[in-house]
Structure formats: structure tokens, C-alpha cells
Design a protein around this ligand. Structure first.
Ligand SMILES: *[C@@H]1O[C@H](CO)[C@@H](O)[C@H](O)[C@H]1NC(C)=O
Ligand SMILES: *[C@@H]1O[C@H](CO)[C@@H](O)[C@H](O)[C@H]1NC(C)=O
Ligand SMILES: *[C@@H]1O[C@H](CO)[C@@H](O)[C@H](O)[C@H]1NC(C)=O
Ligand SMILES: *[C@@H]1O[C@H](CO)[C@@H](O)[C@H](O)[C@H]1NC(C)=O
Ligand SMILES: *[C@@H]1O[C@H](CO)[C@@H](O)[C@H](O)[C@H]1NC(C)=O
Ligand SMILES: *[C@@H]1O[C@H](CO)[C@@H](O)[C@H](O)[C@H]1NC(C)=O
Ligand SMILES: *[C@@H]1O[C@H](CO)[C@@H](O)[C@H](O)[C@H]1NC(C)=O
Ligand SMILES: *[C@@H]1O[C@H](CO)[C@@H](O)[C@H](O)[C@H]1NC(C)=O
Ligand SMILES: *[C@@H]1O[C@H](CO)[C@@H](O)[C@H](O)[C@H]1NC(C)=O
Length: 456
């Protein structure tokens, strides 16, 4: 099989690096340019779209993990179609997808071994018990970069969607990329398509930068959420383009009693310049799994087209946890069913042991500077009986109505808050106040100020 070749000597890698970009390479290792570079072909991979390269990826990562403490390593995937089963990443590591490189996920379920469910979910999200592997995964890693010249990671999810719809799956589908307990992650200038289920799932992670990423899935594919930061903090999502069959972004933090017990919030999350198309779901959802809490999410300067709702709070009795200090400004929305949507009776519980007294606390949710056109209904705001959603603030919003718009534009139950300069006129539960809603003045610094620019 594969002839095991030692990755190129450091001198060559440094020379390559120098040829690429002098400024960025000064301080190479700290700035993310790796000392060791190897191509997946050096491990025997064949990019014909047919040869199964699982062993080559496993071997490459195992080999390059030995370089972690010596300046790190980059694994280059050249142009071609590289079929493989799931594989894991390592620390101080760059997965570099060249222009025209496409990593294809095997459609044979035998290539997807079962793994343990997440502790904050207690079971797989689709089905009880364990779950199928995630396609690209990593646990307890630091300093991981997935980048390149806009190569593609293709989950080939159709077989999974078909089986899921036919209720033929005994276990939960894998995610396209899941990193657990990891720090200092950069995902930049790559495209993810046709995930079996959620696309990017950073969980129990810190310092995650996702930028210049394209995520594509058919708009009716089941649960193909774009980016789901889950019990993670300091996550920055910038300049991403997402078309999906579920929420473009869903911030989460564990499920009912498992999430309450695990008790790890998602917090300090920045979302900027997102473009979203998701006709059956939200541009940004908060929940529905939010049992460890969600706080300090700042979303701005984003566009949604033909999307069901904009920034939606989803929760329910049994979830516990909280959603608070959410700040949204500068949305441009085109064809929306509900500009504002809050849901207090979201179903879906992991089992029958959810605590009926675990009431979510939803408060301080701020929206300002929103323009929407072709809107069916401005606000569908449902809190929880005896547990209202409070501190809602909405200011400077214009929703231009669709020809078939609802007569009732705002339907509010169990919510309290204030509005100013909002058209059409809000419900009485959201009384007029005349003040712009809050948005934190100080910028949150997440990840490196400048992304490392390295060419391999
Ligand atoms: C990836 O690592 C996890 C442990 O973190 C392990 O359970 C799993 O089997 C590994 N997957 C592969 C494909 O090696
Ligand atoms: C990763 O870290 C977590 C939390 O510290 C720990 O519980 C788990 O055992 C570690 N997993 C691996 C594969 O090292
Ligand atoms: C990256 O590739 C995707 C899919 O081919 C494409 O839609 C997107 O525009 C590309 N991004 C850039 C920056 O070229
Ligand atoms: C909950 O209990 C009902 C019967 O009381 C049972 O039919 C159902 O399968 C249980 N649900 C779960 C998720 O365990
Ligand atoms: C109101 O929002 C629009 C964007 O929809 C923005 O251009 C405008 O500057 C905002 N007005 C004020 C007073 O902030
Ligand atoms: C307006 O929204 C309706 C759905 O309510 C849709 O059918 C129609 O195509 C949209 N019009 C435009 C111009 O986008
Ligand atoms: C308003 O919302 C409540 C649920 O919060 C629902 O029961 C009621 O039917 C809605 N009213 C209209 C007119 O849509
Ligand atoms: C996250 O990054 C900042 C610097 O950007 C650093 O101070 C902090 O220690 C990092 N967090 C973790 C958990 O490594
Ligand atoms: C992604 O592309 C942008 C724009 O060309 C560039 O500024 C950024 O450094 C690139 N990201 C990485 C990790 O190379």
C-alpha cells in the first residue's frame, strides 16, 4: 500500500513559505504557517473519486501529529476528488484544500463507526443511544486550521437524508465537522456541501474563527444547519454564505436535563456579514437546545433572502437554562415569513425525564436597524405561560408587507418589552418607549486580529 514518506524537510517548507508571503511568514509558526508540509498523495491517496482513502488520511494525521511540538504540520489536499471515511484531526495542524480539491465522504455506512453521544445531550439528537461518527472530527485539540483556496468538503448527504426520511436509521447521523473541547480553531476559505446533518459543530470549544466559508445544502434537506456553536465561547463567524435546509446558524448549549447538568453556556459570540438563504428556518436561531444557557451574542450587518425568520429564540418548558444579552443590529431581509419570531413551546425532548419545572429564562433580547421587505407577518412572539420572555427591545425597524401579508401583523403572548420607531405598529405587550435598543460599544476580540496567510 502507501509508501511512508517523511514529510518534506523544514528547510523546504520554510522556503515555500517565504516564496508565498514574506510579511505573513515572519514569525511563521506563531502566525499559523506550519514548518512541516505533506501532501495526502505521499500517504498513498488517489484522487479519482472512487478509491477509498480512509487509511491514507488516518496515516497522514497520525504521522503529522508527531510534528505538533516542532512547528506543526500542514496536510495539503491537491486538486482531485478524495473519497474517504471519517477521520480525525490533530493539534498544531492545518488541513489545506487547494483549488479544485474536494474531499468526498463515503456513502457506505460501514465506514462510519459508532461513537458516544455528547454528554450535554445524553443521547444522539435523532435517535437514542450512540451516534454515527462525524465526518471530520477532533477532541481536546489546540491550534487547528482548516483552509485553502476554497476547496470543498462534500458530505454526499443524500443517502443519509433518504434513510432519515424513510425512518431507516437506527442511530443519529454524523455532522460534517465536529470539534470537541478544542481551542484556537480557524476555519476559513473552504466550502462545505451536502452534510448528512448539521455542518459545522464546534462543541465545548473556545476561540473559534469561521470566516469566508460557504455552506451549501438543498433547502429541503433535513437538519442541515450551517454553523452550530454549542456550549462554546469566543466564537466569531464572519463573511459566510449559507444556503441550508435548516437554521443557517443555531447557537446551542445542550439538551434538557443533560444540558442542565453539563452546565456549559455558549457565550461571547460574534456574527458579522452573514448571508443566509433558508426558506424553512431561521437566519440565526438561539436554541432550541439551550439548557446550559446562551449569553452575549452579537449579530450585525447581515442579509437574509427567502428565509423564514431572522433571529429566533426557540425554547420550552423542560429546557431550563437561559437566553440573555442578545444584540442584533443592521439586518437587511428579503422575503420573510416572520421578521421576529420567538417560540416558547418548542417540543422535542431527549426522553421522558425532562424536568417540568425547568423553566428557561429569556431576557434582554435587543434588535435594532432592521429593514425587511415582502414580509408575511412582522412578529410572532410567544413566550411561556407563567414564564414570560422579558426585556425585549426592538427599534428602528421597517417591515414592508407582502401582497399576501397577514391582517394581524403582531401576535404577542407572554412577552414583555419596548419598541420605538417600528412599522407596522407593534402589539401592546411591546410598549412604545422612544429609545434605540442597546448594542455593546466595546468590540469583543476573538481569535487572531489578522488571519494567518500561508500557501502550501
Ligand atoms: C476520533 O477520535 C475519537 C476520540 O476522540 C474516537 O472515538 C474515534 O474513533 C476517532 N475516529 C476515527 C475515525 O479515528
Ligand atoms: C477531553 O477533555 C475532556 C474534558 O477535559 C475529558 O473529559 C475527555 O476525557 C478528554 N477526551 C480525550 C479523548 O482526551
Ligand atoms: C467558493 O466555492 C463555492 C462553491 O463552488 C462558491 O459558491 C463560492 O463563491 C466560492 N467562494 C469564493 C470566495 O470564491
Ligand atoms: C415517553 O413515554 C411514552 C409512554 O408514556 C412512550 O410512548 C414514549 O416512547 C416515551 N418517550 C421517550 C422519548 O422515551
Ligand atoms: C435605521 O436602520 C437603517 C437600516 O435599516 C439604517 O440605515 C439607519 O441608519 C438607522 N437609523 C438610525 C437613526 O439609526
Ligand atoms: C414575496 O413573497 C412571496 C411569499 O410570501 C413569494 O412567493 C414572492 O416570490 C416574493 N416576491 C418577491 C419579489 O421576492
Ligand atoms: C396568536 O398566537 C397564539 C399562540 O401564542 C395562538 O394561539 C393564536 O392562534 C394566534 N392568533 C392568531 C390570530 O394567529
Ligand atoms: C483565547 O484567546 C485569547 C487571546 O486571543 C487568550 O487570551 C485565551 O487564553 C484563549 N482562551 C483559551 C481557553 O485558550
Ligand atoms: C481567506 O481569504 C481572505 C481573503 O482573501 C484572506 O484575507 C484570509 O487570510 C484567508 N484565510 C486564511 C486562513 O488564509
Amino acid at each position: 500500500m502507501a509508501t511512508r514518506r517523511i514529510p518534506r524537510p523544514a528547510a523546504v517548507a520554510v522556503a515555500l513559505c517565504a516564496a508565498a508571503l514574506l510579511a505573513a511568514c515572519a514569525g511563521a509558526s506563531r502566525a499559523g504557517c506550519r514548518k512541516h508540509v505533506a501532501k495526502i498523495t505521499e500517504y498513498g491517496a488517489v484522487g479519482d473519486g472512487k478509491t477509498l482513502n480512509t487509511a491514507a488520511f488516518a496515516k497522514a494525521v497520525a504521522d503529522l501529529s508527531e510534528r505538533a511540538r516542532d512547528g506543526g504540520a500542514a496536510l495539503v489536499v491537491p486538486p482531485g476528488k478524495w473519497l474517504t471515511g471519517p477521520f480525525n484531526l490533530t493539534s498544531h495542524f492545518t488541513l489545506y484544500l487547494d483549488e479544485g480539491a474536494e474531499i468526498l465522504a463515503s456513502q457506505d455506512m460501514k465506514d462510519w463507526p459508532l461513537i458516544a453521544p455528547l454528554p450535554s445531550y445524553g443521547r444522539g439528537r435523532d435517535e437514542p443511544g450512540p451516534r454515527y461518527s462525524n465526518f471530520i472530527a477532533g477532541s481536546n485539540l489546540t491550534d487547528v486550521i482548516i483552509t485553502g483556496k476554497n476547496g470543498t468538503i462534500n458530505g454526499q448527504g443524500q443517502v443519509w437524508w433518504d434513510k432519515y426520511r424513510a425512518k431507516e436509521l437506527q442511530f443519529t447521523r454524523g455532522y460534517l465537522l465536529e470539534l470537541l473541547y478544542s481551542d484556537s480553531i480557524i476555519i476559513s476559505n473552504v466550502t462545505f456541501v451536502d452534510s448528512p446533518s448539521w455542518n459545522l459543530h464546534p462543541t465545548y470549544c473556545t476561540n473559534v474563527t469561521i470566516s469566508g466559508v460557504t455552506i451549501l445544502a438543498p433547502v429541503h434537506s433535513p437538519n442541515t444547519d450551517g454553523i452550530d456553536p454549542d456550549s462554546s465561547s469566543h466564537v466569531k463567524i464572519e463573511d459566510c454564505y449559507i444556503v441550508s435546509g435548516d437554521d443557517c446558524i443555531a447557537v446551542k448549549s445542550g439538551w434538557d436535563e443533560y444540558g442542565i447538568k453539563f452546565n456549559m453556556p455558549s457565550q461571547h459570540i460574534v456574527i458579522k456579514r452573514l448571508t443566509c438563504i433558508s426558506p424553512t428556518s431561521a437566519m440565526i436561531a438561539l436554541g432550541s437546545e439551550m439548557s446550559g444557557g446562551i449569553r452575549d451574542v452579537r449579530a450585525e450587518d447581515s442579509v437574509a433572502i427567502n428565509t423564514e425568520s431572522a433571529v429566533r429564540v426557540k425554547s420550552g418548558v423542560g429546557r431550563g437554562g437561559f437566553v440573555k444579552d442578545i444584540f442584533v443590529r443592521g439586518l437587511s431581509l428579503h422575503t420573510m415569513k416572520w421578521v421576529f419570531w420567538m417560540t416558547g413551546n418548542y417540543g422535542q425532548h431527549p426522553d421522558n425525564s425532562s424536568d417540568p419545572n425547568a423553566m428557561p429564562q429569556v431576557t434582554s433580547i435587543n434588535y435594532r436597524d432592521v429593514f425587511a421587505e415582502n414580509v408575511t407577518m412582522a412578529g410572532r412572539m410567544e413566550g411561556i405561560p407563567n414564564d414570560p420572555y422579558t426585556g425585549i427591545c426592538i427599534s428602528n425597524v421597517t417591515a414592508q408587507l407582502a401582497p399576501d401579508a397577514k391582517k394581524l401583523q403582531w401576535n404577542c403572548t407572554n412577552v414583555k418589552g419596548v419598541t420605538s420607531d417600528v412599522t407596522p405598529k407593534p402589539c401592546p405587550e411591546l410598549g412604545a418607549e422612544g429609545m434605540p435598543c442597546a448594542f455593546p460599544e466595546e468590540e469583543l476580540i476573538i481569535g487572531p486580529r489578522k488571519l494567518p496567510k500561508c500557501t502550501y
